[in-house]
Design a protein around this ligand. Structure first.
Ligand code: AP5
Ligand code: MG
Length: 190
């Protein structure tokens, strides 16, 4: 199995690039943000619980997120590997992921961080907010809170894997095509 974490702040292009990588390398794309939006769209109990956090730009509690992620992996036992997008976002989630993968003798092969300037990500998210319908894209103060939560709670996840020699940084500025080409080079070399 090849398991890759596509990492980076809100709006850095994880979802956009994960789709290309999943197709190119035959991997399952798992976005916890997309899974939560699906649950919210169907107004499930899980969706109702997640909504109150997501609308404020806060993280959904680890126990809820890890349970949902485990269900998704259990439902796809035969995949060649996974591109994780937006997960893990805390050290506790990273430890849980390592444990889940180890149960099938697999591991995280690499974490690739998309490096994008803050002014650019705020621009991208405000632009998307005009028609995305995402409550967390509508208001600059919520976007800024998502970025601050990223720095406080999520950025340490990169160091956690980097300390094991698994960290890679990619320039996430430029056209979608240029960034996709940089990612292909990095993933091919993993
Ligand atoms: P999530 O859905 O993961 O959102 P996010 O990380 O805040 O970031 P986005 O999905 O908005 O950005 P992205 O990096 O995927 O970029 P994209 O490709 O879309 O999480 C949402 C919320 O759910 C969290 O705040 C939290 O509450 C909860 N949650 C999710 N996972 C969780 C977890 N593990 N634990 C706890 N809570 C969790 O691109 C952004 C925009 O830019 C798009 O419009 C795109 O078209 C555009 N764009 C992309 N690339 C470029 C480019 N090169 N140039 C110009 N525009 C570009
Ligand atoms: Mg996304």
């Amino acid at each position: 199995m090849t398991n890759i974490i596509l990492f980076g702040p809100p709006g850095s292009g994880k979802g956009t690039q994960a789709k290309f990588l999943a197709e190119r390398f035959g991997l399952l794309h798992v976005s916890t943000g997309d899974l939560f939006r699906y649950e919210m769209g169907n107004n499930t109990p899980l969706g109702q619980e997640a909504k109150s956090y997501i609308e404020k730009g806060e993280l959904v509690p680890d126990s809820v997120t890890i349970g949902m992620l485990k269900n998704k992996l259990d439902a796809n036992p035969d995949v060649k590997g996974v591109i994780f997008d937006g997960f893990p976002r805390t050290i506790a989630q990273a430890a849980a992921l390592d444990e889940l993968l180890a149960a099938s003798s697999a591991e995280v092969d690499g974490i690739i961080s998309l490096e994008v300037e803050e002014a650019e990500i705020v621009q991208r998210l405000l632009l998307r907010g005009k028609d995305s319908g995402r409550a967390d894209d509508q208001d600059e103060s919520i976007i800024r809170n998502r970025i601050s939560v990223y720095h406080k709670e999520t950025a340490p996840v990169f160091n956690f894997y980097d300390a094991k020699g698994k960290g890679h940084k990619i320039d996430g500025m430029g056209t979608i095509e240029d960034i996709a080409a940089r990612l292909n080079t990095t993933v091919s070399a993993l």
